[in-house]
Design a protein around this ligand. Structure first.
Ligand SMILES: [Fe+2]
Ligand SMILES: [Fe+2]
Length: 424
């Protein structure tokens, strides 16, 4: 009787539970599906994944082999650090990540998480770890990162909270050996406990890959399904490049790509955003092939504020201001620094910011330029941007004087600034 009552009671409880919480199909598991059962190891791997590349998957595969976790959560950040120019949305980065995870085995162990995307704000690592700690109270949590990121660990928020809830699992990236970190300020990395993954991992720079994508360079470090997705969704300025191709002559299009590449490289060296520099470089000559009459009409119809010398003596110089307007109106660029750099790339100005100088120099010294000083100025710009800027001014002035072209901007005044010759 007691037993029979017990069975009936148990059946009722089971029935009620099933009615309240219907089981969801496995392929739609929420993050907390394993909450009750989790006792084994889990790994969390965060990043912006902009774009996800083979360096990420190599690290994931090694962690899977060595730790054999119950689950790996790959957590893309909501906000890409390159939010200033044509950012790739969370959804697109999330979808690319899912495609790249197709190469990680076993597939069911790895899960792309929307946790930070759902927050719609900057989420710190300690918050993400806390979230997964709540989902897996009994699990040992590893936080996976490359040795390049470990170098900056002393700057992370709530390091104590991170280390309380998780073990850092570090893959050594070439170029970032652990021994170099002992001279870091604050709590030196050698005092931060971490577990090292066996072997070394390739140092693939997301920034270089991104700049490559922006300027149409193919990369073997990006998986084929991710490349297809990028093409389909027209990410990384592919839409802009297609439009530019129609707008410019083939030679000018090649020149624009070259300027974008050099500008992005210089930006990375001189503390500017490579993405903004690539965008400015790509669009700097967007209106260059309009021709003088069309340029004049365009400037009037758009009420462009342009210097007097350009309007009267050298209408072709209007193209830099017109290109800035095309970038704003046709491509939706709202970044004033980018627009200013485009507008000033021919005539310069009295006080130019770093990005404007970069575009000015890159326009003169891009690899498609055939004159002898171009290579020297490009080399100089990698070392000293200001010196390269002055050298570029000098070359332009000489060129303008030789051709009796107009010298614009402030160059004819007290201080040498820039010339208005842009046939180069
Ligand atoms: Fe130009
Ligand atoms: Fe140019």
């Amino acid at each position: 009787m007691v037993q029979r009552l017990g069975i009936r009671k148990h059946k009722n409880i089971l029935k009620t539970t099933l009615n309240r919480e219907p089981l969801k199909p496995l392929n739609r598991e929420p993050d907390n599906f394993f909450m009750e059962q989790a006792k084994d190891d889990i790994i969390i791997y965060g990043g912006s994944f902009d774009p996800p590349h083979k360096g990420h998957t190599a690290l994931l595969c090694a962690a899977l082999r060595e730790i054999k976790p119950r689950r790996i959560y790959v957590v893309p950040a909501f906000q890409s650090p390159f939010k200033d120019a044509a950012p790739v949305s969370f959804l697109n980065r999330f979808n690319m990540l899912k495609l790249s995870l197709g190469a990680v085995r076993p597939i069911r162990t790895t899960r792309a998480s929307r946790f930070e995307g759902q927050k719609k704000r900057v989420t710190y690592t300690f918050e993400t770890i806390k979230h997964f700690r709540r989902l897996h109270p009994g699990a040992k949590i590893y936080f996976l990162l490359g040795s390049d990121c470990l170098a900056g660990f002393w700057r992370w928020k709530n390091r104590r909270g991170i280390l309380k809830n998780a073990v850092l699992l570090v893959g050594a990236r070439r170029g970032f050996p652990f021994k170099n970190y002992s001279n870091l300020p604050g709590s030196a990395v050698r005092r931060v406990p971490f577990r090292r993954l066996k072997g070394f991992f390739p140092e693939i720079s997301s920034t270089s890959l991104r700049v490559g994508l922006l300027t149409g360079v193919d990369s073997r470090f990006i998986a084929a399904p991710v490349k297809r997705y990028i093409r389909q969704k027209k990410l990384y300025f592919s839409k802009e490049r297609r439009f530019l191709k129609q707008l410019l002559t083939p030679a000018r299009y090649v020149h624009s790509l070259s300027v974008a590449r050099l500008a992005a490289e210089l930006a990375a060296l001189h503390g500017e955003s490579p993405q903004r520099a690539a965008l400015a470089g790509l669009l700097h000559d967007a209106a260059r092939d309009f021709g003088e009459v069309r340029l004049m009409r365009y400037a009037v119809s758009k009420k462009l504020k342009i210097p007097c010398f350009a309007r009267t003596a050298a209408p072709i110089l209007l193209h830099s201001y017109a290109s800035a307007e095309v970038a704003r109106g046709r491509f939706g660029v709202r970044d004033k620094t980018v627009l200013r750099a485009i507008a000033l790339h021919t005539s310069g100005a009295a006080r130019m910011d770093t990005l404007s100088k970069i575009i000015y120099v890159a326009d003169l010294a891009s690899e498609d330029r055939k004159f002898s000083q171009a290579k020297k100025i490009a080399r100089l710009a990698r070392r000293d941007l200001d010196e390269a800027f002055l050298a570029a001014n000098y070359v332009k002035l000489k060129y303008a004087a030789k051709r009796q072209a107009v010298v614009g901007g402030k160059s004819s005044g007290r201080r040498l600034q820039a010339t208005g010759s842009d046939s180069m």
